[in-house]
Design a protein around this ligand. Structure first.
Ligand code: GLN
Length: 385
């Protein structure tokens, strides 16, 4: 007789293991340079490590308050006021989360009911759609088209309806490295005006915006801020993805609903790192220098790619670089990414997996959050293509 375990109906029948896990595992098996999953191959600032150690040894080892350590929420409020010109109340409008993914899952869970529609832009980061489906919502997909990956506002207007509960946006954008302009935020605000639709703005790469551009945050856009959950990530900003720590900003009524769910998902986030970050954030240089730091790596990697047959697309933000392989191969991107890992020893992420509709963009995503020597070695190998 089939066991209950074997016949149990999956709540996510279309979902397997994430591409990041798959490609990182393959990279490890092959001993390849891993430019697939996005994480740095260098350590956080020793000063930040020292602050964490001080807190670990200093007794900050029991539960933090559910919404986060007050000093960290205050530091986030100060940073947001300084950078975005918007005052969020640390008491009622800021919550510390166990990373961006938990923040996104929790925001979707508290906002979306069965029958609601949620608009996402594809290519889309992989955690949005499954969270919507688990909440009983329906995913509606707008398309960001190769090679510019700009939103098509006419298409968005057609896809919005009375049933649209939430629009999920992501700037700077993973996987394409594009950013939204102030005009893009204005266009979205105009389309949502007068509706009850909320916004979930995934801004985890907020401090990686290049060439003197400004990060256009929903927190800065007052009309959107009134209906938005804005998600940030300390793991990204401070080269510590393994710490799984981020934060959400939202107006008090939305945050009250967010916390109802948050308290039963994680209850509270680890305390010593929150306390360390609260102290570290007092020096704005800690985050203000991140853009220049990654811009150097982006430029190094692009210079290396220029000596290969891959064609780098523009990269305005994030630590991801897209490259077209149209001049090299007709293979589907998944097959090519696997072959490059096995044969050349460089792992990347095939971009088609971020869209439900079949795509022939012929682009791979490379993470350049790596030591310059790592990037140089990867480019030497890619030059053999
Ligand atoms: N955000 C990382 C990336 O895009 C992956 C995180 C994860 O593996 N879930 O590569």
């Amino acid at each position: 007789m089939p066991s209950a375990a074997a016949t149990f109906p999956s709540r996510l029948p279309g979902v397997g293991t994430t591409i990041f896990t798959v490609m990182s595992r393959l990279a490890a098996e092959c001993g390849a340079i891993n430019l697939s999953q996005g994480f740095p191959d260098f350590s956080p600032d020793p000063a930040l490590l020292g602050l964490v150690e001080k807190r670990l040894r200093g007794g900050a080892n029991q539960y933090a308050p559910m919404a986060g350590v007050p000093a960290l929420r205050e530091a986030i409020a100060e940073k947001t006021a300084a950078l975005q010109g918007t005052a969020y109340d640390p008491e009622s409008e800021i919550t510390v989360t166990a990373g961006g993914t938990q923040a996104i899952f929790t925001a979707i869970t508290c906002a979306v009911r069965p029958g609601d529609e949620v608009l996402i832009f594809e290519p889309a980061y992989d955690c949005y759609a499954p969270a919507v489906e688990l909440a009983g919502g329906t995913v509606v997909r707008a398309t960001l088209r190769f090679p510019g990956y700009r939103p098509d506002w006419e298409e968005v207007r057609r896809l919005l309806s009375q049933r649209t509960r939430l629009v999920v946006l992501n700037t700077p954008h993973n996987p394409t490295g594009t950013t939204w302009s102030a005009a893009d935020l204005d266009a979205l605000a105009a389309l949502l005006r007068g509706s009850g639709t909320l916004v979930l703005s995934d801004e985890v790469y907020e401090h990686m915006v290049f060439d003197g551009l400004r990060h256009e945050s929903c927190a800065r856009h007052h009309e959107l801020a009134e209906r938005s959950f804005v998600v940030g990530s300390f793991g990204k900003t401070f080269h510590a993805t393994g710490w799984k720590i981020g934060a959400v900003l939202a107006p008090a009524p939305l945050m009250a609903e967010f916390r109802k769910v948050h308290q039963f998902v994680v209850f509270a986030v680890n305390r010593p790192i929150q306390e360390a970050l609260a102290e570290y954030l007092r020096q704005p240089a800690s985050y203000l220098q991140v853009a220049a730091f990654y811009q150097r790596r982006r430029d190094r990697f692009r210079a290396g790619l220029a000596a290969t047959r891959l064609q780098a697309l523009p990269c305005a933000g994030t630590y991801f670089q897209l490259a077209s392989y149209a001049a090299v191969s007709d293979e589907p991107d998944v097959a090519l990414a696997v072959r490059l890992t096995r044969e050349l020893g460089v792992a990347s992420i095939p971009v088609s997996v971020f869209s439900e509709a079949p795509r022939q963009d012929r682009v791979l995503r490379f993470c350049f959050a790596k030591e310059e020597a790592t990037l140089d070695r990867a480019c030497e190998r890619l030059a053999r293509l």
